[in-house]
Design a binder for this molecule. Structure first.
Ligand SMILES: [Mn+2]
Length: 323
């Protein structure tokens, strides 16, 4: 063997990267995270208001830190994340550490739903497996945590939150952690009924009739989901009966904005935003189709790393630090 061909053990030991340290930090959090998730039902009931709602993060630690800073400024205690914490972005390990620590510190204030990227199948192909040094045992360990995460949440008895969506007019009581797949994967569609998806054979798209049926059967008025990358970070569907949120700006270089929502009375918000002179859009009375349900109880905040502004749907454009 040529001298210097392989580093000797001492040198290898010193060659510990930040990612290795982060991995060990994450590993140490898993048993307690498992215990807490295991005790949670497949569909959470959250009655505290306001709730800050966050869509896909995808390894974007900077976006997560920005949102958490906004949470502090708004004085919002309760946080609900809609899944997809890892893959695509570079800091999935750090994002999971931050989220699991928040969960451990405040298990009744911070809630983490499972997304379709909280699965081994996705992690292997979309970056997280590589990020953890292609370590199959480590991924298997995290996978056991993923499987214990809740699938959905009902806010204040009327708003159903989930990563992907629904499968039809089914009873939410029938959703289990074991049959989570369609709820993590499905997308809304203008086409009625359950139709094929470009995402693959096992994924479906659900139409407005199914959303109506689902809401009626469960006595709910709205669905809030994530899963789809959106230019503005949010999109309303079906006369505001469904809201799609995406909180990862510049996702895979798409230069999109991120958005998060504040659900509840919003009075707890102490948002210090400097007006930039863009006036609030005057409402010309009722919107077509009548009163928009729940407008007062849901505020949307848009942020991005290209723009240096943050938009509050109610207050117009406002200046805020760049991300
Ligand atoms: Mn997703």
């Amino acid at each position: 063997m040529l001298s210097g061909e392989f580093p000797d053990k001492d040198v290898a030991d010193k060659d510990v990267t930040d990612k290795d340290v982060a991995k060990e930090t994450l590993r140490a959090l898993l048993p307690e995270a498992n215990r807490i998730f295991n005790a949670e039902p497949s569909v959470l009931r959250i009655d505290e208001e306001p709730v800050m709602l966050v869509g896909d993060i995808h390894g974007n630690l900077e976006a997560l830190e920005f949102i958490l800073k906004m949470r502090e400024e708004m004085g919002c205690k309760t946080l609900l994340f809609l899944g997809d914490y890892v893959d695509r972005g570079p800091q999935g390990v750090e994002v999971l550490i931050r989220l699991f620590r928040l969960k451990l510190e405040g298990p009744k204030n911070v809630f983490l739903l499972r997304g379709n990227h909280e699965t081994v199948e996705m992690n292997v192909y979309y970056g997280f497996f590589e990020e953890i040094g292609s370590d199959p045992l480590f991924l298997a360990g995290i996978s056991r945590t993923y499987e214990k995460m809740p699938v959905g949440a009902v806010l204040s008895g009327h708003t159903f939150c989930v990563h992907g969506g629904i499968t039809g007019a089914e009873d939410i009581e029938k959703i289990t952690k074991e049959n989570a797949f369609p709820y993590l994967w499905n997308d809304p569609s203008k086409k009625p009924g359950l139709s094929a998806s470009r995402r693959g054979d096992t994924v479906k798209e659900y139409g407005p009739d199914l959303v109506d049926g689902f809401l009626e059967l469960n006595g709910l008025k709205r669905i809030i989901r994530a899963h789809t990358a959106l230019r503005d970070g949010y999109e309303w569907w079906f006369e505001r009966k469904l809201l799609s949120l995406f909180s990862c700006p510049d996702y895979v270089g798409l230069r999109n904005s991120g958005a998060f929502a504040l659900f509840g009375d919003g009075k707890a918000g102490k948002v210090k935003i400097e007006k930039t002179g863009v006036k609030k859009k005057e409402s010309g009375g009722r919107e077509p189709g009548g009163r928009e349900p729940g407008k007062k109880e849901l505020k949307l905040f848009v942020f991005g790393n290209e723009k240096t502004e943050m938009r509050n749907e109610e207050q117009g454009y406002s200046l805020i630090k760049s991300l």
